[in-house]
Design a protein around this ligand. Structure first.
Ligand SMILES: Cc1cc2nc3c(=O)[nH]c(=O)nc-3n(C[C@H](O)[C@H](O)[C@H](O)COP(=O)(O)O)c2cc1C
Length: 167
């Protein structure tokens, strides 16, 4: 993988997140790590920094790692790995090791103390710089009914982009 500057990112953020899906890996050398698929979120700018916005529900095992560590990455893999992306998006790391199950390889980046997925086409290595709870107040009732029927709310993580890498 080679490093690139965030300003040289050429892909369509909307299709990458919505269609390709990302796999986030949260955690570091001390906490250990876990990964899950995401297709809600964004890439942008806040406080003059390049950032990723990630939304993780409280029920996810990955949420526990984000409570203990600021290290997180998002990896975008080609659809050759669609089955693996399905596994990372439907099974919990509480009950199985998704890396062993899918054959995807966790890789450690010592500069950022972050894990990512070796097979990815594009990787953003991140650090949580702000988080806030998505609260029921202000959410339209139809959205609550559709997306939060059990009130399993999201935490929004704003993550600084520390390093960008591509194949
Ligand atoms: C395409 C797709 C996108 C997903 N996007 C999100 C997301 O943005 N936020 C979230 O909390 N869960 C999302 N999920 C669900 C989690 O990936 C899923 O619950 C996963 O099994 C959680 O794993 P964990 O318990 O090991 O953390 C998505 C699932 C799929 C299949």
């Amino acid at each position: 993988m080679k490093e690139f500057n965030f300003k040289d990112y050429k892909k369509n953020v909307f299709t990458e997140i919505n269609d390709t899906w990302g796999i986030i890996v949260a955690g570091d050398k001390n906490t250990g790590f876990n990964g899950m698929t995401v297709s809600w979120g964004g890439l942008g700018i806040l406080w003059h920094k390049p950032v990723a916005y990630i939304f993780v529900r409280h029920s996810r095992y990955t949420h526990e790692f984000l409570e203990d560590s600021k290290s997180i990455s998002i990896s975008f893999l080609s659809d050759e790995y669609k089955k693996a992306k399905g596994v990372f998006g439907s099974l919990s790391g509480r009950t199985i090791n998704k890396f062993e199950n899918t054959g995807l390889t966790p890789k450690y980046d010592s500069d950022t103390n972050t894990y990512y997925i070796k097979e990815a086409d594009t990787v953003f290595l991140l650090k949580v710089i702000y988080q806030t709870e998505i609260k029921e107040e202000g959410i339209p009732a139809s959205v609550m009914d559709r997306f939060y029927p059990t009130k399993d709310m999201h935490t929004m993580y704003v993550c600084e982009v520390l390093k960008c890498m591509e194949k």
